[in-house]
Every structure is written in C-alpha cells, then in structure tokens.
Design a protein around this ligand. Structure first.
Ligand SMILES: C[S@@+](CC[C@H](N)C(=O)[O-])C[C@H]1O[C@@H](n2cnc3c(N)ncnc32)[C@H](O)[C@@H]1O
Length: 236
C-alpha cells in the first residue's frame, strides 16, 4: 500500500551486503530491527547470489517482525536466531558482528536516541565491521498529507487488495475495519527524519569509511521522499 518504506525501495542493499558477504561468507550478521521479513529477504538474496552462509541474529523490540522472519527462514530452510529486545538497552556482547543491516531504523528513532543506537552498533561490531542502512530525509507530515496518504492506501487497496489479502473481506464488515486501520496508521505514523547529510556524517563520525548516496524513493506521506543509502565501516 506504500504506507511505509520497504527494503525493496533501496537498490544499493544488494551490492552493499553482497560485498561484505563475498569477502566473509561465514560472516556474523545482525538485523538490527526489521518490521517484517523484508530485510531478511534482501539479505537472503545477497547470500544466495554470492554463495555465503552467514550466521543471522535478528533483534526487534516487537515479536511480530521476529515471527515473520522466522516464518521466512523456515520456508527457505536456513537458521535465524531472534531476540525480542530494545537494541539500545540489550546486553549484547562486544565485537559480535561483521555486518549490521537495517532498513530506515534511524528515521524511526527520535533524535535523542539516534546517537545511542550508533554507539551500540559501534560496540557490537567487530573491528572492520560494516553497517548497511538507509535513513529518510524530508519535511514533517502535515494533517493534509496524512489524509491524502490514507486515501491513496484505500485506492491502492481497491486495485491490489486481493493480491495482499486473498480471502474475501466483505463479510462482517472486515473490509471497513481494515480500511479504518489504514486511516489510523496514517494519522499516527511519524518519521523522525534526518535533517541533512551533515547529521549522518556526525552520527557516523567514528567510522573509518563512510559512503552516503541520496536517492528519491516512492515516498510515504511526503511524495517524493528522499533517503540516504549509508554504508559505514569501522577501522579494521
Ligand atoms: C527497522 S524500523 C523501520 C522499518 C520499515 N522499513 C520502515 O521504514 O518503517 C522498524 C522496526 O524497529 C523496531 N524498533 C523500534 N525501536 C526499537 C528499539 N529501540 N529496539 C529494537 N527494535 C526497535 C520496531 O518494532 C519495528 O519493527
């Protein structure tokens, strides 16, 4: 429904993840919050492209994305380990990961929490470890944009609904209930956007290598929305 950014919006993930996995096929990889199985699918695609068999650990504060990722891993017959915890406060061993991937996590966090997550990532990455992520930039979401956003989701559901939810929804008012949830999501969904490229540079200032590419995305509430595709590597 284009209500929220998904890893498929960002073409750089495949190459950035494949680069790390081709150098270290048995890498220890963390998905640092995920929302659903989309990031795991992106990682899996890179694994199969380069023939890597990484160890995959997934953290999220919510169980739903973990269940979704476990479903995906079972379906494709590879192991994942999931932890339902707050990444900022979770007790994770120092220098555990070669690669941390996550889609739009920084734009989910209020500004005060962004440096805390970067600190945690720095601590749990091994020397030479890499972060691959995206972070959205744009203007605040106004009430008018929220209305338009909900209306667009309803229009898209009219066209593509049966592909997303194949079972009939009209009985018992279920369709209306779902559409009401679209509206509710549009009214509350708030991005804590990156203000400028400089903010990313400051957040990742301790990383030895930093690549930032700005691209236009299909957009959520603000259309078009831009995003930064970020690869950051610690000194090896
Ligand atoms: C990775 S982010 C964004 C993903 C999505 N593609 C988007 O653009 O909104 C969303 C995920 O972060 C999780 N999350 C938010 N704060 C968290 C925290 N402090 N620790 C762990 N997970 C967190 C949420 O539960 C959610 O599944």
């Amino acid at each position: 429904m284009n209500m929220v950014a998904v890893p498929r919006w960002y073409p750089f993930y495949h190459e950035a993840i494949s680069n790390v996995l081709s150098q270290k096929p048995e890498a220890e990889v963390m998905i640092s919050a995920c929302a659903d199985y989309g990031m795991l699918h992106t990682l899996h695609h890179a694994m199969t492209t380069v023939g890597a068999r990484p160890t995959i650990i997934i953290y999220d504060i919510c169980n739903t994305p973990l269940k979704s990722s476990e479903w995906y891993a079972r379906k494709h017959d590879f192991p994942v380990q999931c932890f339902c915890e707050n990444i900022i406060t979770a007790d994770i061993e120092k220098s555990s990961f070669d690669l941390i991937v996550t889609d739009e996590f920084l734009s989910v966090l209020q500004d005060a929490y962004k440096p805390l997550v970067i600190e945690k990532w720095k601590k749990i990455l091994k020397p030479g470890g890499t972060i691959v992520t995206t972070a959205m930039t744009g203007n605040p979401t106004t009430p008018v944009l929220r209305e338009g956003y909900a209306a667009r989701a309803r229009r898209l559901f009219d066209i593509y609904g049966p592909l997303v939810i194949p079972q009939p929804l009209d009985e018992n008012g279920n369709r209306e209930k779902l559409l009401a949830q679209f509206k509710r999501f549009a009214m509350y969904h708030t991005r804590h956007m990156i203000k400028a490229e400089l903010q990313i540079r400051q957040l990742f200032k301790d990383f030895k290598f930093l690549s930032i590419q700005r691209i236009s995305t299909p957009g959520e509430c603000v259309n078009p929305t831009d995003s930064f595709q970020v690869t950051a590597r610690l000194e090896g």
